[in-house]
Design a protein. Sequence first.
Length: 257
Amino acid sequence: MKIRSITYFCNPGWPLEDARIEHAAKFLSEARAAYEAAGFEVQSTRLATLPFLQILGVDRIAETPRLAEKMAAAIQAIGIAYASLGPAQPEVLESYAVIPEAIAAAQTIFFSGAMADTRFGISLPAVQACAEVITRCAPVTPDGFANLRFAALANVKAGSPFFPAAYRDQDEPAFIVPIGDMSRPQGKTDEHDRFDQPDEAQREGIFGELVDLPGNDQGLHLGRERREEAREQEKPVVADLEDGEAVGKTVFSGGQG
């Protein structure tokens, strides 16, 4: 069983608050060690933030490339593989225009742009702005892969662990563990890969490691309650953190990114 990533969500502040970044690194390191000690392969650890527009404010949106540079340096120093700085917002079209420069400035930083959701419907200016980001990102690298670090979003809510779409909508830290087993059907090529969901016993094993992280004394009961609620509502549950520790909620979701 593979854990695609452990994704930690937080508001890093601006200028970046070292204590918050270091706290994220400490939690991710302990979580990764706990899972690997239990025999689970952890492919990566990641950080996702509030939308960069909220971090910087409208008046400082031009500082987005600098934010990307600083975040890339910070996560490299503490061993986190990637960070997502969230989506540009239709209310501030300038927030889309700064993304290509920011992507060019930092190879481990991801962005997205909202173009449709339940708040404002389909925003044609935002659709056009996303298209312009994609066009401008295409020549950033010779292979065009800079666009792997940008996604145009439609009805993607906060809390997804999958990049480039991942972002948080609250100041309180949280984390998500997307899990599954990547396997290739016999006789099929890479493009036919599938993502197999873990069975219940595997889920319980991973969840047991989660709640047994140092300092977490909430136990399994609350987590099972939350998981049942999530199943009934057909939506994932984000794991909130209290003083940096899990409070017994988790999420299991398939997919890649």
